[in-house]
Design a protein. Structure first.
Length: 669
């Protein structure tokens, strides 16, 4: 028996980007753990990723190329083909498309790695002149809000939350989606810090906080303006910090004064005293001695006004001067700290040779597949499952079912999207390939070493795109770069690749209190307040009262605890924990509809109908239902998931989807 350990990195869309220790016994992975030596992982790993061996050796793992032999409106039938046949046919089909802009890549964060993500794929699309993809589906509204305010996606160090005396966890179920931040927050709590959770749902995190403020979905910007109102009225401002490091304060001040607690309470569905109390907790303190910190997450920006809400919340620590302390400030994303170290030419944008292909927003892929002019003729999907995760899925399904659409999917399993492909190509998992990673929750760079050889005939994303490029006659030497070559090219010379390979991670040199004296990445180094404002939902009782009479319940669709978006849904041990698709509803709303706990119910609106099991639960506030997702459609109770009822309208900033800006009614199914 031979046993060895390999250093890895978690590839998934999570701020923690954990350093992994992979145990291999007789060339089979038997255990995946968090590395104790890595300061941000400190040995802990979420339940999902600790089950990675089960996912890699899953009985339904795709191990050979498959070709469709059934119509797309029929039950999917595929036959196994050779790699040579698959690559040759795919290359011929793509080459036959006269306008390369009719070739549409579709990818996201199935892996966050710089190599297996877009390195070689981007080179192929640039060389062909294929359509661009606006990758908006998760975080672009919040990212645009941060960039408009701070100049980039920047924030405080996660570890410094341990020293805060007040932590506001805003739009984040940290226990399930940001485990390592929660460790620091819990440390602060043990040392006397007050923890406040702001979330429409009473999450597992809210259970552990001192206070839960259950705002209506999409009203976070109004609450932020109400807090500013109270900061102004009570003199809880750091006038020196504002004068030196904030632009647009007079405009913002006038807006905030129009939002007294009573107005905020009406819009947010909370009490005026909750607004006043939160403002007092946040502002009535000497922040130099007792810093306040905000952990913002992406749930709250998945509404029409999400980008502006992030802007307003990001300005709060600027008004109190909380940024002067290393344990004060805010964190939504730290990915901007990585920007100077990442090679902007890794995907070889020069191969475009001056062409400007059209851009398609991934969040409106349903409309694009049905309405684009000229039509999308070929779709290549990797690192994503759009049929499950994209909004308004009835349109997405209809688009994927077009018989004249040629679809190629790189996957580990037969997902909802793979079921509608013409070719399905088996890809490697994180345990089988080399990659390098940055993080949006901390400021380390990590390397993932392959622990075992690819199973079956699975190939890395990079190898698949190399072979496609060769078959299409692309001869630029960049298509011969190995994964080791790509790793060496991924960063500027500021990264010590030898250290990265040996240790598995490398910290970036970021100041402990990065904005203590301003220094934001805006042109003048000051935070920008001009233009930030509350933007109401597309769908709500206040903005669309007629619609709300027919569909009176707001629906949000946060991830189920044991899934990560649509990943891990097919891992039986995790799906067994989740049991089945559920909708959480407050007892008052259930009683008004004569619905009992455990009943089969349907949430519906003009866009579609989603069937799930009802849980009458204190986790739902009155007027809001929680459709926990994202289940694969074919594993749902009626072949749908929660995106059956979401829409394709985009956010105010960042052109992102407004998943949580959604009205429904619920009835017995």
């Amino acid at each position: 028996m031979t046993t060895r350990t390999v250093h890895g990195a978690c590839p998934h869309d999570c701020p923690d980007t954990c350093a992994l220790q992979v145990t291999v016994e007789n060339e089979r992975v038997i255990k995946v753990q968090g590395r104790a030596e890595h300061p941000n992982t400190h040995g802990a790993l979420c339940t999902k990723v600790s089950r990675y061996p089960e996912r890699t050796y899953h009985a339904e793992r795709l191990l050979h190329p498959l070709k469709r032999i059934s119509k797309k409106t029929e039950a999917p039938q595929f036959v196994q083909v050779s790699w040579a046949e698959a690559i040759a046919d795919i290359a011929a089909r793509l080459k036959a498309i006269a306008d390369p802009q009719c070739i549409q890549p579709y990818s996201y964060a199935g892996t966050m790695g710089l190599i297996q993500g877009e390195a070689m794929a981007g080179r192929l699309w640039n060389a062909l002149g294929a359509a661009r993809l606006d990758r908006t589906i998760c975080a672009s509204a919040g990212g645009a809000g941060l960039a408009a305010t701070y100049g980039h996606k920047l924030g405080m160090h996660t570890r410094h939350f341990a020293g805060a005396k007040l932590i506001i966890i805003w739009g984040s179920n940290s226990i399930t989606s940001n485990l390592h931040f929660w460790t620091y927050a819990n440390q602060a709590k043990r040392e006397g810090a007050k923890l406040i959770c702001i979330d429409p749902r009473k999450t597992e995190t809210a259970d552990k906080c001192h206070q839960h403020i259950a705002v209506l979905p999409g009203t976070d910007g109004a609450l932020a303006l109400g807090l500013m109102h109270e900061l102004i009225q009570n003199g809880w401002l750091n006038q020196d910090y504002i004068a030196n490091y904030v632009d647009g304060w007079d405009e913002l001040r006038a807006k905030a004064l129009a939002w007294p607690p009573e107005r905020v309470a009406e819009v947010c569905g909370i009490t005026a005293d909750e607004v006043r109390g939160l403002a007092r907790d946040y502002g009535d303190r000497d922040v130099m001695e007792a810093p306040a910190a905000i952990r913002l997450n992406y749930g709250m920006q998945r509404v029409r006004g999400g980008g502006n809400a992030v802007r307003l919340i990001a300005l709060l620590p600027c008004l109190t001067g909380a940024w002067r302390h290393e344990s004060g400030g805010m964190l939504l994303s730290a990915s901007g700290w990585n920007a100077p170290y990442k090679n902007p030419n890794l995907e070889r944008p020069d191969l475009l040779a001056g062409r400007t292909p059209r851009m398609v927003n991934m969040s409106t892929i349903g409309d694009a597949l049905l309405q684009a002019d000229p039509p999308i003729q070929a779709l290549v999907v990797y690192n994503s499952n759009p049929v499950a995760v994209a909004p308004e899925s009835p349109k997405v399904v209809a688009g994927f079912q077009r018989e004249d659409l040629f679809t190629v999917v790189l996957e580990h399993f037969m997902t909802d999207t793979a079921d509608l492909a013409d070719y399905v190509l088996p890809a490697t998992t994180q345990l089988e390939h080399l990659d390098v990673h940055t993080s949006y929750g901390h400021t380390d760079v990590l390397m993932n070493q392959p622990a075992v050889a690819p199973l079956g005939e699975a190939k890395t994303n990079t190898q698949i795109f190399r072979e496609l490029a060769a078959a299409m006659g692309l001869i630029d030497p960049c298509f011969s770069d190995s994964d080791d070559d790509l790793a060496a090219q991924a960063f500027t010379s500021n990264i010590d690749m030898a250290l990265l390979r040996e240790q598995g991670w490398q910290p970036l040199p970021i100041a402990e209190a990065p904005f203590a004296e301003g220094g934001f990445r805006t042109p003048n180094g000051r935070a920008q307040a001009a233009g930030a404002d509350y933007v109401p939902n597309y769908e709500s009782a206040l903005t669309t009262p007629e619609l709300a009479t027919r569909y009176p319940l707001a629906m949000i669709s946060p991830p189920a605890r044991n899934f990560l978006n649509s990943s891990f849904v097919n891992v039986k041990s995790l799906r067994d924990i989740e049991s089945e698709p559920i909708i959480e509803m407050h007892a008052d709303d259930a009683a008004a509809r004569q619905l009992a706990d455990g009943a089969r119910v349907a949430a519906f609106n003009d866009r579609g109908r989603y069937v799930a099991t009802l849980r009458v639960s204190k986790r739902a506030r009155p007027g809001v239902v929680n459709g926990l997702g994202v289940w694969w459609r074919k594993l749902g109770l009626d072949g749908t998931n929660v995106n059956e009822v979401t829409h394709q309208h985009l956010t105010d900033l960042g052109n992102a989807p407004a998943f949580y800006d959604c009205l429904v009614e619920v009835e017995a199914a």
